[in-house]
Every structure is written in structure tokens, then in C-alpha cells.
Write a protein that binds this ligand. Structure first.
Ligand SMILES: Nc1nc2c(ncn2[C@@H]2O[C@H](COP(=O)(O)OP(=O)(O)OP(=O)(O)O)[C@@H](O)[C@H]2O)c(=O)[nH]1
Ligand SMILES: [Mg+2]
Length: 396
């Protein structure tokens, strides 16, 4: 029997067909993997580029400095074990992946001699830091913490605040502001007319008094006042490190994304050849990486895999570029089909904006889970990404 036998021919055809299918699947998986690696690498790169914000906390023992650090910043930074001692009463807390350095003081006791010793130690350190040739060491803000329940501010503290305020922006934080007297305390300090940038009453961690539970408060305002005081160059780092105002992160991300997309696609209708639509990919990879660093969340490979595959569409094919474009075009009125071979700049920008805004919604959910100590269900996130994307594009 020769090779012309119909059975052999059919077998060959089936064989070839399977080969092609596998090849297509491999190429798609490879595309997805490349995109995934690109996103993860780019995110790491972006994070490394961020200039850490330097915050110092000063205040008597037990006022709640460490409690504040743990409740306003992600990753429980004040937990013992993190950070290295700088002097006897000062430690510098930093952790890879969080663009912040926190100088946490401890052991500033009532004993006057110790107070002097600690102040000298900290002042020396501040002078050393501020004389550093390296700009990125400079202290950006001091949170001077006073326990609101103490009902008084001592002379030596007033003098110290005055002194500090000449060198660094100071915000006075009234900790443990559970009772009404904290308002009087705030007024007392306000009346001193110190050259400070703000006074904020806070409850860093809920208090339980008998059957009553008093919730956290003031942390978002403290974050807002501080944000305003910081130089532009480190605001993004501060926003990344804080965990109390997720909407603030989302707002910053939306604002950035719109600016980025407008500059990328312009206002015109520059048509993008459809066959080159994959050209969008690097732009979108960069965008996703940037948004991730605005938020400050841990992105595990599995989570990003779910997100990437969810965008690929029903075919499970190429992430961005062609498949994404053809999947989404049907939602955009007047965008037509790909038959013409071109998509307009405005269509490309609609798709990219949709992608950015959906990803921001997803980041909000991931951040909320992470900061509240809940596990993120990757499948749920993938579903969310997909439905947000459809919703966002249809909205246009
Ligand atoms: N519930 C509640 N407890 C707080 C709060 N702030 C401080 N505390 C409590 O007060 C105690 C001292 O708080 P820390 O945060 O360790 O004080 P610190 O200022 O870091 O003290 P030193 O490290 O010794 O200088 C802890 O037992 C906290 O639980 C708060 O906002 N809520
Ligand atoms: Mg402490």
C-alpha cells in the first residue's frame, strides 16, 4: 500500500492538525509567560526606582509610636526583629519592597536625665542625617507623638518641637485620643502657635472599654496632612507604604493612567494597523507595573497569572494585542471590526483606559485583602478583572 491510501492520508492530516494546535497553544502560552515575566520584572524595576520616604517618630515611652507604625503602614513594620539599631534609643526600620525608612525612637522616659540623653542622641542623629551628602537620606517629616490622655505637654517637649520644626516639617500626633479631653489638648497645643504643619488626634488601634469598642480614627487625616507636607518626589512612596487609604491610591493611579494614556495616544485618531496591535503590549505592561507600584501590594506570580489569563479572553490566547483588541472591539460602538485592518488611536486608548481602570479596581480588592490579613482568591480576582474590563469598555 502506498502513501496515497486514504487512511494514511487522513492519519497524516490529523497528525499535522494536532501539531499545529499544539504549536498555537505553545506560542500562546509562551506569549502569556513572556508578558507575565515582563510585568513582574518591570514591577520590580519600578519599585527599585522609587525614592524611599524618611519618617521619624518621637515621643515618650508608651504613647503608641510602634502601634501607630503598625496600623498606618503595611507589613507590620514595627514588629520586633525588623529594623536595625542606629543608637541606643533609635532604630531605623526598612523592609525590602516597601519604599519607606522609619526612624522609631524608644525609651524616652519620664526621668529627666534620660530625656536629655535621648534628645541629645536623636538631635545628633538628625544633624548627621541632614548633613549627609546623599539627598535621599534627608528626613522628610517628624511625627511628634503625645499621649492625649496625659492632658499636658511639658516644657521640654515644647522646646524640642520648636527646635525640630526649624529643621524638618513637624506634625504633632495626639495618640490614644479616646476621650473628649483630647480636643482640649489639641486646642492647648494650637494656642502655643508652634511652627508645626498640623495637629492630629488619632486612635491607632481599637480600644475596648467594658462592653464598648472604640474604633480607629484620625489615621486617614494624618496620612493626608503628611502627604501634603512631603516633597513631590516621595509622595508616591508614602502612598505605597500606607495602608489606611486605599481610595487615595486608586485616585492617584487613575490620574496617572489618564495622563499616561493621553500622552501615549494623543488626542487625534492616529490609526494603528491592526496587525501591529500587539505593539500596544509594552505600553500596557509598563502601565500595569506602574499601577502596581502606586498601590503597594505583594503580587505573587499565581495572582498575576490569573489576571493575565483572564484578559486573554475565551480562546485563552495572547494576552494583550490582537486577541484583546478583537474581544473588546465589539463593545465599542462605532469602532467597527478588524476587517478594515486598522484601529484608531482613540479605540486603542479606550481599550487601554479600560484595562487601566479595571486593573485599578482589582488592585483595590487585592490591597484590601492584604491589609486586612485575608487571603486573596486568585480565581475570584480573575473573574473580577474580566467583568470589570467589559464594564469599563461598555461605559465609554
Ligand atoms: N488599643 C490601643 N492601644 C494603644 C494605642 N496606642 C498605644 N496603645 C497601647 O499602649 C502601649 C504602648 O504602645 P507602644 O506603641 O508600644 O508605645 P511606644 O510609643 O512605641 O513606646 P516605646 O517603644 O517604649 O517608646 C501598648 O500596649 C499599646 O497596645 C491605640 O491606639 N489603641
Ligand atoms: Mg515602640
Amino acid at each position: 500500500m502506498g502513501s496515497n491510501c486514504p487512511t494514511t492520508l487522513l492519519r497524516n492530516v490529523v497528525f499535522c492538525y494536532n501539531k499545529v494546535i499544539h504549536l498555537i497553544r505553545d506560542v500562546n502560552t509562551m506569549d502569556e509567560m513572556n508578558i507575565l515575566n515582563d510585568i513582574l520584572n518591570k514591577t520590580k524595576e519600578e519599585l527599585e526606582k522609587m525614592i524611599p520616604v524618611n519618617v521619624m517618630l518621637i515621643g515618650k515611652t508608651g504613647v503608641g509610636k510602634s502601634t501607630l507604625i503598625n496600623n498606618i503602614f503595611r507589613e507590620k513594620l514595627a514588629e520586633t526583629g525588623i529594623g536595625k539599631p542606629v543608637t541606643k534609643h533609635l532604630r531605623k526600620i526598612s523592609k525590602e519592597g516597601v519604599p519607606i525608612n522609619i526612624y522609631d525612637t524608644k525609651g524616652l522616659e519620664l526621668n529627666e536625665e534620660i530625656q536629655h540623653e535621648v534628645r541629645r542622641e536623636i538631635d545628633d542623629e538628625i544633624n548627621r542625617i541632614n548633613n549627609s551628602i546623599n539627598d535621599k537620606d534627608l528626613l522628610h517629616v517628624v511625627w511628634y507623638c503625645i499621649n492625649a490622655q496625659s492632658n499636658r505637654i511639658e516644657e521640654y517637649e515644647i522646646n524640642w518641637i520648636k527646635d525640630l520644626a526649624e529643621k524638618i516639617p513637624v506634625i504633632v500626633v495626639l495618640t490614644q485620643s479616646v476621650f473628649d479631653n483630647s480636643k482640649e489638648m489639641e486646642k492647648k497645643i494650637d494656642d502655643l502657635n508652634l511652627d508645626i504643619r498640623g495637629i492630629q488626634r488619632i486612635i491607632a488601634e481599637p480600644f475596648t472599654i467594658g462592653d464598648i469598642s472604640i474604633e480607629r480614627s484620625g489615621l486617614r487625616s494624618l496620612m493626608e496632612i503628611t502627604y501634603q507636607v512631603l516633597p513631590e518626589g516621595v509622595r508616591r512612596s508614602f502612598n505605597n507604604a500606607q495602608k489606611v487609604d486605599i481610595e487615595h491610591k486608586a485616585k492617584e493611579a487613575r490620574k496617572w493612567a489618564l495622563g499616561y494614556i493621553t500622552t501615549t495616544f494623543g488626542i487625534g485618531f492616529t490609526p494603528i494597523p491592526f496587525s501591529d496591535a500587539a505593539v500596544l503590549a509594552p505600553i500596557q505592561v509598563g502601565m500595569i507595573a506602574h499601577i502596581t507600584t502606586i498601590f503597594g501590594v505583594k503580587i505573587e506570580r499565581a495572582l498575576m497569572t490569573s489576571i493575565v489569563s483572564s484578559i486573554g479572553g475565551i480562546t485563552g490566547a495572547t494576552f494583550l494585542g490582537r486577541t484583546l483588541v478583537s474581544n473588546l472591539l465589539k463593545f465599542i460602538p462605532g469602532a467597527g471590526t478588524v476587517v478594515g485592518g486598522l484601529i484608531s488611536g482613540s479605540t486603542a486608548s479606550i481599550i487601554t483606559t479600560g484595562l487601566a481602570f479595571s486593573y485599578i479596581e482589582v488592585m483595590k480588592a487585592v490591597a484590601k485583602n492584604e491589609y486586612e490579613g485575608r487571603r486573596t482568591d486568585n480565581e475570584e480576582i480573575a473573574k473580577m478583572m474580566k467583568s470589570e474590563l467589559e464594564k469599563q469598555i461598555k461605559k465609554k
